[in-house]
Write a protein that binds this ligand. Structure first.
Ligand SMILES: Nc1ncnc2c1ncn2[C@@H]1O[C@H](COP(=O)(O)OP(=O)(O)OP(=O)(O)O)[C@@H](O)[C@H]1O
Length: 460
């Protein structure tokens, strides 16, 4: 079946009960990736689905899983792995919505939430488990078969954002997860991402075991551009010492002043600093990064989704998968080091056919990186023409003062100390460091020197 034909969900093999649910969610026609993979998954193929951001990859795996499950409603039927807690929450919510008519039992297993409650939920054999690899591996390592036996009968394993999951970061946890799941010949494995790597493509060459049908690879071949056609990509070229003033200007320009925007940065410290600075300048903003407690992360993303905050300042913990239809503008305050991360970041807007805009703040240090990104994306960024140097300079002192104030407040509230303490514990545990006190005293001395210097600057 050509994916360009005008086919319905029924033509793909989706049952009326599920089509009714889709219509209640205002989803009427399958997207290209859904046309390309749903029939093959229903025929039993393992599948790799590569399609642009915002093209409906979640439903592309959720629908055939629910369709198969409704014919044989055993539990635990499917395990869905994804790299971040926020993505797991979002996917779990999509399964809840799609399975609402069939009393689907689903459970979320992620870090930062009650592990005992998650173990109890797992022992009750829900139909669908959505998890981050780290927490699921923890549960497998610290519980017996009374909790985890259901994982041995799983029919589907999904790896969402597969290229990220297959990076070395997750290797140990994935091995622990795979140790209890059925062998690959006894389950269907579905890999999805907007950035298919050669390593993933090579999986197609692996011989299938048992009498499994061959792996089905679906990739958008039609055009070489890796971002949605409805995305406008711009850049502003600025000197690195005026980036913050430019950022404030971009957020204040009349055409952007009401837009829901995500500002991406590369480090948690930068996220906290920019967020605090914007709050001092009275922008309705919130933040998302890995130094925040889980409850804070959920509340913060909830405020942004509900548009109580217009601006979200985030690290790459928010770059993949998050589906927030209201996002109109992405600003790369820092350019990502990996061009694939650029594709995922800008893919937080221009979703499901909607328009969107990305503006990257480029400094004298970033020129090579811009070229690498444009090569990877297959299209050029164009200069953003609505920025005004004079307007930037008008607010330079106000922005500089707010940045300095934000920085001092971060020192006062000990931002980053939690991570420092965790790092210290790891170093002590590895024997590469003396006691915690030695380390802390050294640290305090150096910090003391720094904050005295800052106070002197402030007094001037
Ligand atoms: N057939 C469809 N018709 C209209 N909207 C759809 C359809 N399928 C999914 N959507 C909607 O499109 C949006 C994007 O879907 P989804 O988050 O699954 O995209 P994705 O391809 O996984 O993106 P990313 O690569 O960023 O993770 C969601 O709001 C989803 O509800």
């Amino acid at each position: 079946m050509s994916v360009n034909q005008d086919v319905s969900f029924a033509d793909l093999g989706v049952s009326p009960w599920l089509i009714d649910t889709l219509q209640a969610l205002a989803i009427y026609k399958p997207t290209d990736v859904q046309k390309g993979v749903i029939p093959q998954i229903l025929k039993g193929h393992d599948c790799i689905g590569g399609a642009k951001t915002g093209s409906g990859k979640t439903a592309a795996f959720a629908l055939p899983i629910l369709e198969s499950w409704s014919r044989d409603p055993l539990g635990i039927y499917a395990v869905v792995l994804t790299p971040t807690r926020e993505l797991a929450i979002q996917i779990d919510e999509q399964f809840a919505a799609l399975g609402s008519n069939m009393n689907l039992k689903h459970t979320l297993i992620v870090g930062g939430m009650d592990m005992v409650a998650q173990a109890i939920a797992l022992s009750r054999r829900p139909h669908v488990v959505v998890a981050t690899p780290g927490r699921l591996a923890d549960l497998i390592r610290s519980n017996g078969p009374e909790t985890t036996a259901g994982l041995q009968k799983v029919k589907f394993l999904v790896m969402d954002e597969a290229d990220r999951l297959l990076s070395s970061t997750f290797a140990d946890d994935l091995n622990d997860c795979f140790s209890i799941l059925p062998p690959s010949e006894n389950r269907q494995t579905l890999l999805f991402t907007a950035t298919v790597t050669d390593a993933i493509r090579q999986l197609k060459e692996k011989p299938t075991k048992g009498n499994k049908p061959p792996l089905w690879l679906y990739e958008v071949e039609s055009d070489k551009i890796s971002v949605p056609s409805t995305l406008q990509q711009n850049y502003v070229f600025v000197a690195s010492h005026v980036r913050e003033a430019y950022l404030v200007h971009l957020l204040s320009i009349p055409e952007n002043a009401e837009k829901s925007a995500i500002i991406f940065v590369n480090r948690t410290h930068t996220a906290e600093l920019i967020y605090s600075m914007l709050r001092l300048l009275e922008f309705r903003s919130t933040e998302l990064h890995s130094e925040m407690a889980q409850r804070e992360r959920i509340n913060s993303l909830g405020r942004f989704r509900a548009e109580a905050a217009r601006i979200l300042v985030a690290t790459d913990v928010a770059s993949r998968g998050l589906d927030i239809p209201s996002v109109q503008l992405i600003i790369n305050f820092d350019l990502p080091r990996d061009p694939d991360d650029y594709i995922h970041r800008v893919g937080r807007t221009a979703r499901a056919g909607r328009a969107g805009q990305a503006i990257s703040v480029v400094t004298e240090h970033d020129v090579e990186l811009v070229h690498a990104i444009e090569d990877r994306v297959g299209s050029m960024m164009t200069e953003y023409e609505h920025a005004s140097e004079n307007k930037v300079l008008e607010r330079m002192k106000e922005v500089t003062d707010a940045k300095r104030q934000a920085s001092l407040e971060m020192v006062d509230r000990g931002f980053g100390e939690r991570r420092q303490k965790q790092k210290e514990k790891r170093l002590i545990a590895s024997g590469r460091l003396g006691t915690g006190d030695d380390f802390r005293n050294k640290k305090r001395k150096s910090k003391g020197l720094k904050s005295n210097q800052k106070m002197k600057n402030k007094e001037n």
